[in-house]
Design a protein around this ligand. Sequence first.
Ligand code: NDP
Ligand code: MG
Length: 396
Amino acid sequence: MAGPVIRQRIALLGATGSIGRSTLDVVARHIDRFQIHALSAHRDVDRLVALCAQFHPAVAIVADTSCYPALRDGLAAAGLSTQARAGTQALEDVAADPGNDTVVAAIVGAAGVASTLAAARAGKRLLLANKESVVLAGELLAQAAAAGKATVLPVDSEHNAIFQCLPADGSRGGVRRLVLTASGGPFRGRSRASLVAVSPDEACAHPRWVMGRKISVDSATLMNKGLEVIEARFLFGVQASSIEVLVHPQSVVHSLVDYVDGSMLAQLGNPDMRTAIAFGLGWPDRLDSGVAPLDLAALGRLDFEAPDPAAFPCLGLAYAALATGGTAPAILNAANEVAVAAFLDGRLPFLGIPGLVEATLSALSPEPAGSLDVLLACDDRARRRATELMGGMTTA
Ligand code: NDP
Ligand code: MG
């Protein structure tokens, strides 16, 4: 007689966001394999309670502690037995909780770093969407994952593609280059001068992917690709000089690995994050993700071009921060988060984003990135300095 079916237990951090929604869509297709142990949000209590009513997790967390009463009362009013928790420590605790096997790190920004590291230290299967945590603390994350024997499965589509194209035994023999593709975002082909007055809504109107607003702006500036170069450096242990960026407007080739024998392996698919998420959830099995098969004949052609460094200086800034090393990527990331939030609020023009990142990198001296405390202090300092510098820029 068959034994009881053991379902994979998942903590989904950032459940109310774009990646969170896509993850739950895949989970709902395979409810025989997966069980939701915990869900988290920042402040969107209504949506979190609605998700709890659908997936019945043991725990629900709001990162903002002022939202705790609303979450507790909302769960009670819905007649749910889900336990309400709040705060960043609760996120870290649940990431390491033995009640789950898998942590999906889908919080946006540096706010996700502590829980991502906690999941790695605790040896979880870690589905990593929160690229900012790798940019901020790449070395520490690699050490934590090795010490905890965690399985890190990249969800960012480019890194997921590269993971699929690299040898399964983890060796890097024969690899010449990693080639990260970039859609080019909504402003591909535009000159720097034509980007002076673009609005947040124009920047968020991504031609291929539907994503949260922060990453949409990052895609429009190409900072997203810059963050991804840093992410690839730490996830795959290759030097920056072996990582290239190639603009590919159809977003069908998600990335490539170039081998010394002249072979290039690529992973292709429709631009839908459920493919990478299903890969991470099911690995080493393949699961139906709900994504339509790719129709290459209908597509007809695939285009590639080099990125334009004059119109999109963020990519070069990211390579420079990686070359500097230490806390420079953390400074880059913090300044970018401040700049993007200000742009979305109408307080900084689009071209002010690379301007502010560059000014913040010049204003602060990087140090060795020895511990999370050093990195978080650096993150805080960079945010404060970026905010001061922005005052100078906008009033000038
Ligand atoms: P969204 O903005 O759509 O969602 C962000 C999630 O994080 C929400 O659940 C939000 O909660 C929560 N959150 C926001 N701020 C905090 C905070 N300070 N503390 C705790 N939780 C917080 O983002 P995306 O889903 O687009 O992106 C998530 C991550 O995945 C990012 O790092 C992004 O770069 C990466 N990624 C996303 C892709 C995509 O297609 N969207 C593709 C590849 C990578 P609330 O709803 O309450 O605000
Ligand atoms: Mg990506």
